[in-house]
Design a protein around this ligand. Structure first.
Ligand SMILES: [Zn+2]
Ligand SMILES: [Zn+2]
Length: 180
């Protein structure tokens, strides 16, 4: 195996190392750098920590982003895909805010605890991770996004056709919460 000694005075490897530890370079007869890969990486890290290095690496990132806008867009798209619920919740909030139907943030955990972790139509227990936050008076009919107007539903009950109309009993629930 061909060996070479790293030229970096702060090299952690004392003595010869296999040539594959040195990056390829056409500028040298051996076809490899004179400093080993770990030294090159360390020097680069050290440089990047200096004010000049920080500025340069930031500029490089900006230049790359400008030259490759599709990479940034793809990154945003991937993030959105992974955080679909957040994106949807955000869009929904903005839509309701525009129509003055957004009264308050309704925290999923708080609501689930208030309704004792049970679907408010069939009273079967539902998991916090996948219950449906239902607007008793539908927002499509002018209902607001607030604790008084939301309840926990299971997937089944949410899927029911009549779910879009609140029952008298449910209307009473909203009313009681509002006057409390
Ligand atoms: Zn080295
Ligand atoms: Zn149910």
């Amino acid at each position: 195996m061909e060996m070479q000694i790293c030229k970096d005075t702060h090299c952690e490897f004392k003595g010869p190392q296999p040539l594959e530890n040195f990056g390829k370079s056409k500028r040298h007869k051996s076809g490899h750098n004179t400093k080993c890969k770990s030294c090159v990486a360390r020097r680069f890290r050290e440089f990047r920590a200096t004010p000049e290095g920080k500025e340069k690496s930031k500029a490089a990132v900006r230049k790359y982003a400008k030259a490759n806008p599709e990479v940034g867009r793809a990154k945003v798209a991937r993030w959105k895909q992974r955080n679909m619920d957040k994106v949807l919740a955000d869009n929904e909030r903005r839509r309701l805010q525009k129509r003055n139907q957004y009264i308050e943030d309704v925290n999923r955990t708080t609501l689930w605890k208030r309704d004792q972790g049970k679907c408010q139509r069939c009273f079967n227990p539902v998991k916090l991770e996948n219950y449906h936050m239902d607007h008793i008076w539908p927002v499509s009919r002018g209902g607001v996004h607030s604790y008084a107007n939301t309840q926990v539903l299971c997937e089944n009950c949410n899927g029911e056709k009549w779910a879009s109309y609140p029952s008298v009993w449910e209307m009473l629930k909203i009313y009681k919460r509002l006057i409390r």
